[in-house]
Write a protein that binds this ligand. Sequence first.
Ligand SMILES: Cc1cc2nc3c(=O)[nH]c(=O)nc-3n(C[C@H](O)[C@H](O)[C@H](O)COP(=O)(O)OP(=O)(O)OC[C@H]3O[C@@H](n4cnc5c(N)ncnc54)[C@H](O)[C@@H]3O)c2cc1C
Length: 387
Amino acid sequence: MSIDYAAFRRELEAFARQACPPEIRAVVAAGQKITKREYQAWQQILNDRGWGAPSWPVEVGGTGWDIRQRLIFEEVMAENDCPPLYHHGLGHIGPVIIRFGTPEQKARFLPRILDGSDWWCQGYSEPGSGSDLASLQTSARRDGEHWVVNGQKIWTSHAHEASMIYMLVRTSKEAKKQEGISLLLVPMDTPGITVRPIRTIDGWHHLNEVFFDEVRVRADNLIGEEGKGWTCAKFLLERERLPPANVARLALMHRQVSALLQKAAQAAGARRDFGVLQHKLLLCEAELQGARVMMAQATDDLIHQRPLGVQPSAIKMTCADVAQRLTTIALDAVGPEAAHRFLAEEGGEELPAATWIQNYMFTRARTIAGGTSEVQRNVIANALLGA
Ligand SMILES: Cc1cc2nc3c(=O)[nH]c(=O)nc-3n(C[C@H](O)[C@H](O)[C@H](O)COP(=O)(O)OP(=O)(O)OC[C@H]3O[C@@H](n4cnc5c(N)ncnc54)[C@H](O)[C@@H]3O)c2cc1C
């Protein structure tokens, strides 16, 4: 049966406008941080409608939608100021459990991701092991029916709010560093785990250091084969950069460009002298259009089950770069008032200008998080130049 994509889009649009609470849409529209409570509320609404996991197969509670439907979903939700799906559970560890988990693990972990009751974080990076992830040192040794974990993770987003962490641990020391790594699922309330906050330059607390001191984890919380966690890790990282994850980002940035252009035109009034600003914004828009073309190509590859080329790396890099330039342009336009209000309003009611400066500061991290731009350039150079 062929799918009527236009009717599908209309159904989603009607749902988004009617079902997403206005107070949550206002937060998204203003470009402000979405809280755990807001993410969870939206996840429950989607799950009640049967759309809790757009990318999962039907047999584990997903929609079974094809790739085009998933992209339309992301696009429509972003256009209507609905929060993006919380990626650590639905987009990262969920698909890994579906692919590598046992039936018992699927039954234990997946429903709690779907209804939003578990909030996951990612324990990959360590001090000294970021881009070179396979050099990680956090260890797990077997003791009867448990793994005993010792070591440290860093830059762990949302660890202080998470109920579960999926983490890479070294279960044996092999000659090749990619061997002997395993993927463990660990409840964050297990004795021996200490979470220490890292406050970022924008004043936000979402990053953490996480310490593991003789942490005992059920043996059957290991996903896939012991010592073969690198395969799961790579599967997860590849998914992190798939097109659906970037649709919402692109849509949001496109709207930010349009809003800034409109504001600049209003401020200039009859004088219409906002040429420099307009030029900078249109250059951003041109790059976003380029990213959209790459996204369309990648989507076509996915639909026809062709291997993805360098588009995911190129899209990730472009999004990060444009996000930084866009917030820089906005800050230039707002002027010193942004800093003044940011300082004055810290902890108090936020004003739009303060949101721009926070976003300006936060977007500095975008060329680092999820794989640095330098590493993406290496990927592209290796693929295109055969370096
Ligand atoms: C906002 C944010 C959220 C994050 N959330 C998480 C999370 O939830 N969980 C998690 O596990 N991690 C998380 N990270 C960590 C992130 O994955 C790492 O910061 C990233 O992989 C880079 O690693 P690093 O910080 O150790 O830097 P390094 O790898 O030490 O890199 C330092 C510098 O050297 C450059 N470099 C490194 N290798 C090469 C190379 N081969 N060629 C050229 N240049 C190179 C890098 O580009 C960078 O400029 C987060 C980071 C940020 C900023």
